[in-house]
Structures are given as structure tokens and as C-alpha cells.
Design a protein around this ligand. Structure first.
Ligand code: ADP
Ligand code: MG
Length: 580
């Protein structure tokens, strides 16, 4: 075989293989072109999962009629020059998307700039362009892509069901719309409006973003997130972080943007998971919308044809910045638990209207005594009014497991074990980190027999165990003696606690970072030192727990990300009883 230069057509088809994985990639490229052209209104129409038709129409700058042919040539771009090679501000710059899409589809472009009286259209079939014609078109660009991949059957076969392809288009559109929160988007799939976002003028970025998050993810998302806006050494971080109890089984609602680009980079998303790991079980995912803006010289955007990934000059610093950002912001959450659980509770309480009306009748016969009891309640509320405590006052315990407390505007149900576990966990952890662990000397030291293999490896671990507040010494040939335990764990079963911690350290010796190890040990200890479900509590003990929850960071969730309490607002209760 002789060596020869590949024809443009083949080169474009190869590029299409890289740039276009599936219909959603074409949507992304076309929308990014619209954004680069300063459009503030973008309409997308999809048919058959994008396989038979994709239309992206914008009100942007348009393409000059004498340049339209050029736009379809490979490596033809209006966005890159020698001067801005290392300082790219546009989303596109490789000049690949249009020729790639055109080489594997039937494409029709209609476009008009503001200075032209008339629009121009160009039809391309499988990379072969027809004549450029005048056309009726308002300022902007309207691109129709039909029968994508029809000329590359291998790729066509690799596509999934219409539903799946439509869903990925919806997801990428959500991301693009979130990222470009000043632009209005409408996505129609098979003539149905699936997503709509409005442009709003004269609003602050915070308000625009807030509005966009609600448009795309709904009110509930916003309710369960905290806003952040911080700049650390030239890196600006802005967005929303979900509270730890607001987790998901997948990463769909994780939105990450770098310098205005939609980024789908697992290695970055994983940092968020790391930062939440203390609060969320390993198989659940935190929710966030995060914009990272940094000097362009700090990040290389040209690492992948689809531009989904970027490379940071100093990824190490960025990693710790992201982890610190998340941790510091989550500290502010304190005892806040996700409202999702409250909603679930209300849904459980709510009954069918017919059932409710019967029960209301029953209650109404006894309405006088009902009012009386409410008036009593009101009095006690007045007394407490002077001191507003977020978690209210304990009223009683039920099933020896849950505490009911009355707050200013509702009631709270606390899972006593989960809540106490979190408090003990945070306390032990902070004592260990400050190297100030308070221990309790056991009146009667506990002797524990161990098997030989455990004794052999234990020697090296005794110092480490001591730093966790467990003072253990060898005792004879095959036993140890426990002399002190962490003060907060007084009353626990010393033998089970010690064996649990020793096993944890032996099993994970060196395989985990010191921090991970400490967290793991704390979590084990917390479990041993907490009030069990099933233990009766006195009112003052319950109030004590509530006050500790209020002052303990992250007390809204236990170590596994489950909520420690749910709240029912009076408003909701009134709704349940049909009073509102
Ligand atoms: P790139 O975006 O990397 O420049 P493309 O192949 O996506 O490459 O687009 C080629 C050129 O066509 C762009 O540089 C731009 O000048 C023009 N273009 C494409 N889409 C639009 C659009 N919607 N509005 C205005 N110009 C466009
Ligand atoms: Mg482009």
C-alpha cells in the first residue's frame, strides 16, 4: 500500500467519531456554537432521540454569507488565533464540530447577521455541500441535522433506545442551561416541551442562578442546598451544595462548570464525594451545582475533542480547595436535616379525602375539649417564647426510641440513637484531633483473652490505640488488660468496644489514610457510646440531647447520612387535618 494523504471526507468522518459519540454530543456542539455567537435565546427540537432530527435555532450573531462555506471546512473557526491560543474564552475553538456533524448527516444551515438584509442557507449531505442560496431568516442561526450517522452504520448500531438518547439530550441541555443562566432555553422532544428556562434581565447572578436551579431542578433542590460564593487565591467558587441528608443514588444532579464550560470529569466529582464521605453512605451521592472560575492560564481546555474534561495546572491545590470549601460550608448546616423526609412523612400521613372526612366528623363531636387543650399549649408556648431554641422542648419519648419535641412552629421527632451517635462521634473526633482525649480510668480493669495471631500484630498498635483514648497493656502471654477508655464512652461494654477497635485497626492497618482511620474508629466508638434505641429517657435527659444537637456540627444526620430528626411544621399539620 502506498502512503497517501486522507481525503477531507474521511478525515471529517474520523473526527466525527471522536467529537460525536451520540446525538447528545451534536446538541452540545450546536448549542455551544449558539452561545459563542452571543445568543440569549436557544430553541432545541428533537425527534426520535435525535436520530432522525435535531434542530438548534438561536438569535445570535449569525454567519456572514461569504463565510458560510468556510464554516463547514475542517479547522475553520472564527474563534482562535495565535494570540489567544493560550487564552481561549470561547467554548469552541477547534473548528471541528460543523464539518464533523455535516459529514455524517443531512444538514441544513440558515443564518443571517445583523448587517445583512437577507439570510443565507446551505445544504450539506454526508459532507457534500450544495449551492449557497438566499433564504428568509431573522438574525441568528437555524441548523437542522437529519438522519445523524446514517452514513456510518457502525455508529448508528451503537446508539441506544430513543428514550435513552432523549434522556441524555435532556441531561446535557439541563447542564448547558444551568451553566448559561442568563440565556433562555426551550427543549422540545417529539413536539413536547420538556425543559424551559427564561432569561431575566437586571438581576444579580445569585438571583439568576437561584431562579435557574429552581427551573431545572425544582424548589425542593434549592430548599435543601446551601449557597456559597467564595474566592480562594484567584479561584472563584460559586453555587449550591446539598445538605448531607439530601443524597441521591446517582450523579445526575451534580453540576460542575469550569470557566463557563460544562465539565463531566469523574476525577473532579469524586472530590465532592470525598468531602461528604463522613456524612453519606458510600453508595449515595451528594448534590451540588458548582461553578469554578479561574485565570485561563491555570487550566488547559484542549485535552479532549469533546471538551468535557479540562486539565488544571495545579490539581493538588484545587483538590484541597474543593474539599475545604465543601467541608467548611457543610459546617454551617449544623443540625439541618433535609426537608425531603418531612415531605415523605406528610405524604405518609395524608389519607384519601373520603377517609379524612369521616374521621373529621368523629373528632368534631369532641371539639370543645380540643380547643381547650390547644389553649393550654398556647400558654406554655408563651412561657418558652423568650428563648427560641431551634429543636424546641422535649415533650415525651415514644417506643423508647423517639423523642417528640415542640418547637415554635411545629414538632420535631428525633431518632435518639442516631442523634446521640452523631454527637458522640463529633466529640470524640474533635478530642482525638486536638490530642486532648479525656479518658476514664476503669475501677476494675478488663482482661481480654486474644488468639495468638492477634497478640502478634497488636504490639505495634498499642500506641495508636492509646491516642484514641484506649489504654491497653499486654497481660500474660495471650491476654490484654484495658485500663482506660474514652470518658464519653463510660458505661459501654469495654470488651466489645476494645475488640471492635482492635479488629478495625488490624484489618485496615496502612490501607487507609490516618484521617480515614480516625473517622472509622470514631464511628465505631460512637456506635458503642450512644444511647440505644429502646432505652427509656427522662425529659431533662432528652432536652439535654436536643441542646447538644443544636451545638454539634452536622447533627442533622447520623454517620451514615440518615437524618437524625424530622420536622413537621404546624402549617403542615394543619393541612393534614384539613384546617388549611
Ligand atoms: P468552532 O466552534 O470550534 O469554531 P465549529 O465547527 O463548531 O467550530 O463552527 C465553525 C464556525 O462556524 C465557528 O467558528 C463560527 O464562526 C461559525 N458558527 C457555527 N455555529 C454558529 C452559530 N450558531 N452562530 C454563529 N456562528 C456559528
Ligand atoms: Mg463549535
Amino acid at each position: 500500500m502506498n502512503i497517501k494523504i486522507l481525503s477531507d471526507d474521511i478525515v471529517n468522518k474520523i473526527a466525527a467519531g471522536e467529537v460525536l459519540e451520540r446525538p447528545s454530543s451534536a446538541v452540545k456542539e450546536l448549542v455551544e456554537n449558539s452561545i459563542d455567537a452571543n445568543a440569549d435565546e436557544i430553541n432545541i427540537f428533537i425527534r426520535d432521540g435525535g436520530k432522525s432530527e435535531i434542530i438548534v435555532s438561536d438569535n445570535g450573531d449569525g454567519i456572514n454569507s461569504n463565510e458560510l462555506g468556510l464554516a463547514l471546512r475542517r479547522h475553520a473557526t472564527s474563534k482562535l488565533s495565535l494570540e489567544n491560543l493560550n487564552n481561549i474564552s470561547s467554548l469552541g475553538f477547534r473548528g471541528e464540530a460543523l464539518p464533523s456533524i455535516a459529514s455524517v448527516s443531512e444538514m441544513l444551515i440558515k443564518t443571517k447577521t445583523k448587517n445583512e438584509a437577507q439570510g443565507t442557507s446551505l445544504e450539506i449531505c454526508s459532507g457534500v455541500a450544495k449551492a449557497i442560496k438566499p433564504v428568509n431568516q431573522k438574525k441568528g442561526t437555524h441548523i437542522t441535522v437529519r438522519n445523524l450517522f446514517f452514513s456510518t452504520p457502525a455508529r448508528l448500531k451503537f446508539l441506544k433506545s430513543e428514550n435513552y438518547e432523549s434522556l441524555t439530550i435532556k441531561k446535557i441541555t439541563q447542564k448547558l442551561a444551568m451553566c448559561n443562566f442568563k440565556v433562555s432555553f426551550n427543549l422540545h422532544i417529539n413536539n413536547k416541551l420538556i425543559l424551559t428556562t427564561k432569561k431575566k434581565k437586571d438581576e444579580t447572578n445569585h438571583n439568576l442562578l437561584k431562579n435557574r436551579v429552581t427551573e431545572i431542578l425544582g424548589n425542593q433542590y434549592l430548599e435543601n442546598c446551601i449557597y456559597f460564593d467564595e474566592t480562594v487565591e484567584g479561584f472563584k467558587f460559586l453555587g449550591y451544595l446539598g445538605v448531607p441528608t439530601f443524597h441521591y443514588s446517582n450523579t445526575n444532579n451534580q453540576f460542575l462548570f469550569v470557566n463557563g464550560r460544562v465539565i463531566q470529569d469523574k476525577s473532579l466529582n469524586v472530590l465532592f464525594k470525598l468531602a461528604y464521605r463522613d456524612f453519606i453512605s458510600y453508595d449515595r451521592f451528594p448534590q451540588f451545582v458548582c461553578f469554578i472560575n479561574c485565570p485561563r492560564s491555570e487550566v488547559d481546555v484542549n485535552v479532549h475533542p469533546t471538551k468535557n474534561e479540562v486539565r488544571f495546572k495545579d490539581i493538588k491545590s484545587l483538590r484541597s480547595r474543593i474539599i475545604n470549601l465543601v467541608k467548611n460550608n457543610l459546617k454551617k448546616v449544623n443540625h439541618f436535616a433535609s426537608t425531603i423526609n418531612t415531605k415523605k412523612a406528610i405524604d405518609k400521613f395524608s389519607r384519601s379525602p373520603s377517609q379524612r372526612s369521616i374521621e373529621l366528623k368523629d373528632i368534631s363531636t369532641d371539639s370543645s375539649s380540643n380547643t381547650e387543650s390547644i389553649n393550654e399549649k398556647l400558654k406554655s408556648k408563651e412561657i418558652n417564647e423568650e428563648k427560641i431554641l431551634p429543636l424546641g422542648f422535649a415533650k415525651s419519648q415514644f417506643h423508647k426510641t423517639y423523642i417528640i419535641s415542640e418547637t415554635n412552629d411545629g414538632i420535631i421527632v428525633v431518632d435518639q440513637h442516631a442523634a446521640h451517635e452523631r454527637i458522640v462521634y463529633e466529640k470524640i473526633k474533635s478530642e482525638i484531633y486536638k490530642k486532648k482525649i479525656t479518658t476514664q480510668i476503669l475501677l476494675i480493669p478488663v482482661v481480654i483473652d486474644l488468639d495468638k495471631s492477634t497478640i502478634d500484630v497488636l504490639g505495634d498498635l498499642l500506641d495508636r490505640v492509646k491516642s484514641y483514648g484506649l489504654v491497653i497493656e499486654p497481660f500474660g502471654v495471650d491476654s490484654i488488660i484495658v485500663r482506660e477508655i474514652p470518658g464519653i464512652l463510660s458505661g459501654c461494654d469495654v470488651k466489645i468496644l476494645t475488640l471492635d477497635i482492635i479488629n478495625e485497626l488490624i484489618e485496615n492497618n496502612d490501607s487507609k489514610s490516618v484521617e480515614e482511620q480516625i473517622n472509622k474508629v470514631c464511628s465505631k466508638m460512637a456506635c458503642h457510646g450512644s444511647i440505644r434505641a429502646g432505652r427509656e429517657m427522662q425529659i431533662n435527659e432528652m432536652n439535654d440531647l436536643l441542646r447538644k444537637m443544636e451545638s454539634t456540627p452536622f447533627s442533622g444526620q447520623c454517620n451514615h447520612g440518615r437524618p437524625t430528626y424530622v420536622e413537621l411544621k404546624l402549617n403542615d399539620i394543619e393541612r393534614l387535618f384539613g384546617r388549611k
